[in-house]
Design a protein around this ligand. Structure first.
Ligand code: COS
Length: 379
């Protein structure tokens, strides 16, 4: 058993750490205020190869293993979970194409990412969240014209307003249900495809989250990824792969909150001594540190299992769920240690707490993760 990152992984980690410390951390508060993405950050990220991390070498990408990708996302999470979410959405949206796409689809999709493009994964709808199988966006096949016509609305889509290419789930069966769920590639400039309202969110504000509207969007048959009805399985497999990455962002976020709370506790004097010398503060810091370490181990184990080709659905859910709960608990305790200063916007702690909340909600709520875990443990 080896718990250490190898030389290449350490190199990536260091490179991203420097990028985060120089380009993201200093402006994270401002990005949060602006509630907007910064295209120049994506430009730098593209040059550093951070937008196509899971693109295999045969399709022009670095083909990084999941452990390395987690190390990258953990560092991004330390700087700003919003920026990290936006960049990680490229991996989420790419996974279905790599899993079930044909060679031409993989080439086309990966080229977009290799050239600095952004992608979006569109499963969620106003009426289909945890119940992913109840998607009501319809895809009607015209066998003669060899096309599909898509109609429906997607909601809470990361990169929704700024992506170049979209992976959209729609139902090919009139009566709906998971057996009709099908994945499609929709380029942004397709007629009938519109970006709807932009969300004004509590946290991860520097990530773009939008509604998508599809009105008679006609795409060629070649844009269907996998078979008709294979979409639910593709979505589930994709979420298995992506959940440890959400965990990685959450670990980075929690680690940064812990580091800031420790630094504050050593500086802040009350009753004539640093508050770090008080046992009640020490107890909180010890619990925070244990949770962050445990979350990190779960995240890297799930990624390692994926890289070994092992079944890892349960472990992915554990990693995502525990890391998200850790981020929430640790950021809350960081504010408690910092008192009024933690509650003030002068320090990053309150932003981190707002950012942490979404980790328990997106890419499958933590209640859904517990369902997945319990199902695997019991049956
Ligand atoms: N990998 C591969 N196949 C899977 C799978 C997985 N992780 N999970 C389920 N499946 C398959 C099952 O094997 C089953 O196949 P068969 O019908 O051929 O036996 C099928 O999918 C249906 O499974 P199940 O009956 O468990 O589906 P449910 O509708 O009960 O839903 C949950 C299962 C709740 C786990 C699923 O809907 C889910 O993950 N929801 C959360 C969605 C989500 O994360 N949304 C976030 C938005 S996207 S960022």
């Amino acid at each position: 058993m080896d718990f250490a990152l190898n030389e290449d992984q350490l190199e990536f980690q260091q490179m991203v750490r420097e990028f985060v410390e120089k380009e993201i951390t200093p402006i994270a508060g401002q990005l949060d205020e602006e509630n907007a993405t910064r295209p120049e950050l994506f430009k730098i990220a593209e040059q550093m190869g951070l937008l196509n991390v899971i693109v295999p070498e045969e399709y022009g990408g670095p083909g990084l293993d999941s452990v390395t990708v987690a190390a990258i996302y953990e560092e991004l999470g330390k700087g700003c979970a919003g920026v990290a979410t936006s960049m990680a959405a490229n991996s989420l949206a790419t996974a279905p194409v790599l899993l079930a796409g044909n060679d031409a689809q993989k080439k086309m999709w990966c080229d977009v990412l290799n050239n600095g493009g952004l992608a979006a994964f569109a499963l969620t709808e106003p009426g289909a969240g945890s119940d992913a199988g109840s998607v009501s966006t319809r895809a009607v096949h015209d066998k003669e014209k060899k096309t599909y016509t898509l109609n429906g609305t997607k909601t809470f889509i990361t990169n929704g307003g700024i992506a170049d290419i979209y992976l959209i789930f729609a139902n090919t069966r009139k009566d709906g249900g998971i057996r009709g769920l099908t994945a499609f590639i929709v380029p942004r400039d397709t007629p009938g495809f519109k970006v709807g309202k932009k969300e004004n969110k509590m946290g991860i504000r520097p990530s773009n989250t939008c509604e998508l509207i599809l009105e008679d969007v006609v795409i060629p048959e070649e844009n269907r990824v996998g078979r008709e009805g294979q979409g639910f399985r593709i979505a589930m497999n994709t979420l298995d792969s992506a959940r440890p990455f959400v965990g990685a962002v959450a670990v980075g976020l929690a680690q940064a909150a812990l580091d800031e709370a420790v630094a504050y506790a050593k500086e802040r004097h009350q009753f004539g001594q640093p508050i770090a010398s008080f046992e009640m503060i020490q107890s909180m810091i010890a619990d925070m540190a244990m949770k962050v370490d445990a979350a990190r181990l779960l995240v890297y184990r799930a990624c390692w299992m994926r890289d070994q080709g092992m079944t890892f659905t349960k472990e992915a859910a554990m990693a995502k769920c525990y890391a998200a709960d850790t981020a929430m608990a640790v950021t809350t305790d960081a504010i408690q240690i910092m008192g009024g200063y933690g509650y003030s916007k002068e320090y990053p702690a309150e932003k981190r707490m707002r950012d942490a909340k979404i980790m328990q909600i997106y890419e499958g709520t933590n209640q859904i993760q517990r369902l997945v875990i319990a199902n695997k443990v019991i049956y």
